[in-house]
Design a protein around this ligand. Structure first.
Ligand code: BES
Ligand code: MN
Ligand code: MN
Length: 456
């Protein structure tokens, strides 16, 4: 075994302890009461990067949560990788469904449970530990590295684009590296070449100026909860197709060759559906489950609220109703064009007697890259060294807003999306976990990735 691999093997347990220190910081970007925790997490990470020997490691203020930046440019003549990750996490609620507290990490059966364990602190730490191993065993990295860790990914990366544009001159690189995606199975490493985009909206329906007795007023004025239900019911048909006019106009059809490639992937549809725990699969006719997940756009209600939802019954006609509705987009859908079409459609579905607000909360265009590029070849070599099976090339249904921003700030720059999540990680849900086999295998993979990128 080489010194690098030996070092990685010998320090496994401490790598978990080090990650745990970061997982204990509740850096929930969506909630203003956790603003200080986000700042604390950014400063903590900047300190960790400094300890690793990275230079210029700092927490940079933005109008929102800070961006962590660090670099190491001691390999002249070698390629420069720009590593992106996020230190913010999703809210942990509902808390009563967690078997152990979300910000008190514990290992059980080879799995590390905590909010952020896999999304994305654990995957950021794979890189920190790979850097450590290179530094400790050879006093240097095989490539130049620039690191950007943001604190607003889970809320749409509102302030990151401005940071990237302002700092553009110091962010020159040859390849972008991101670890915030998944494997295709526990022993099946994967490289992601496509992500869906996102359009996140909120619909607010207001009726009477205050809650009313539903006997004294019911039937005489419009009920905003009923009106909202009518709108939501009009967004998708019974077959699962989105009914917003023009929604599919710019959707590229899946080519026969890509279909064949997707069909040949070792995607375990049964395991995927079993993980969902849904009584039956459901989706657009004429598409496989994998195609529905990665290559077709969709629309989902993420939450809705109105009226009385407590114990027992209450006869009330609520004055207000609202819903959060998000759409996953695919090439070449444009979120701005679609928001206009969406708002128009929602207004057309409004019943008389209510007023509407339709809000564009945040959006991100879809992203894809050439799966045959040379940087991906280097990543495939790295994964072949670290795992028993060669990497699968996959598309993901999730979104990472910065990828489209990079396409603009670094036009034509290849990206390696090398992620180690699993379907049963409970990402964004209670009992999020990172399998230690993924954490350690991922750390080894990215340590090798730096070496393979150095070979060009
Ligand atoms: N890491 C995920 C993205 C992801 C999820 C990639 C599943 C591959 C598979 C990321 O942290 C995330 O959750 N992104 C949000 C973005 C949104 C808030 C704009 C998402 O996809 O919901
Ligand atoms: Mn993530
Ligand atoms: Mn996420």
């Amino acid at each position: 075994m080489d010194a690098l691999t030996t070092y990685l093997e010998q320090h496994r347990d401490r790598f978990v302890d080090d990650l745990n220190a970061c997982l204990r910081i509740p850096s929930i970007s969506a909630k203003s009461e956790h603003r200080d925790d986000c700042r604390r997490c950014a400063e903590f990470l900047a300190g960790e990067l400094r300890k690793l020997g990275m230079t210029r490691a700092e927490s940079v203020r933005t109008p929102g949560h800070p961006v962590v930046y660090a670099e190491w440019l001691g390999a002249p003549g070698k390629p420069t990788a720009l590593l992106y990750g996020h230190y913010d996490v999703q809210p942990p609620e509902p808390l009563d469904l967690w078997r152990t507290p979300p910000f008190e990490p514990v290992v059980q059966d080879g799995k590390l449970f905590a909010r952020g364990a896999v999304d994305d602190k654990g995957q950021v730490y794979m890189h920190l530990k790979a850097i450590e191993a290179h530094m400790k065993t050879s006093g240097a990295l095989p490539i130049n590295l620039k690191i950007v860790l943001e604190g607003e990914e889970e809320v749409g990366s509102e302030n990151l684009a401005a940071f990237l544009r302002e700092q553009r001159s110091r962010l020159d690189a040859d390849v972008i590296v991101v670890s915030d995606t998944a494997m295709l199975g526990p022993d099946q490493p994967a490289l992601t070449y496509g992500l869906r985009g996102m359009l996140y909206t909120q619909i607010e329906v207001t009726g009477p100026s205050h809650d009313l007795h539903s006997g004294h007023f019911g039937g005489a004025v419009q009920n905003p909860a009923n009106a909202l239900a009518a709108i939501l019911a009009g967004l998708k048909d019974a077959e699962g197709r989105v009914t917003v006019p023009g929604f599919y106009d710019s959707v590229r059809s899946i080519s026969e060759s890509e279909r064949a490639i997707m069909k040949a992937l070792p995607f375990d549809e049964r395991a995927y559906l079993a993980e969902a725990g849904a009584p039956a699969p459901f989706g657009e006719k004429g598409f496989s489950t994998y195609e529905r997940m990665t290559s077709r756009p969709t629309l989902d209600v993420n939450g809705m609220w109105s009226g009385y939802t407590g114990e027992g019954s209450k006869t009330v006609l609520p004055s207000f109703a609202a819903a959060k509705v998000s759409m996953r987009l695919v090439p070449a859908q444009d979120p701005n064009t679609l928001f206009a079409a969406f708002e128009k459609h929602v207004r057309a579905l409004a019943l008389p007697g209510v007023t509407l607000r339709v809000i564009d909360m945040h959006s991100a265009p879809p992203w894809s890259c050439d799966p045959a590029g040379p940087m991906l070849l280097a990543a495939r070599r790295a994964l072949s060294r670290a795992w028993t099976k060669p990497a699968a090339l996959i598309k993901e249904g999730g979104s990472i807003p910065v990828m489209a921003t990079f396409a603009e700030t670094h036009p034509g720059l290849p990206a390696v999306m090398i992620g180690f999540g699993l379907d049963d990680d409970n990402v964004h849900a209670p009992n999020e976990k990172f399998s230690l086999s993924s954490y350690h295998g991922g750390t080894r993979s990215v340590a090798y990735l730096y070496e393979e990128l150095a070979k060009g």
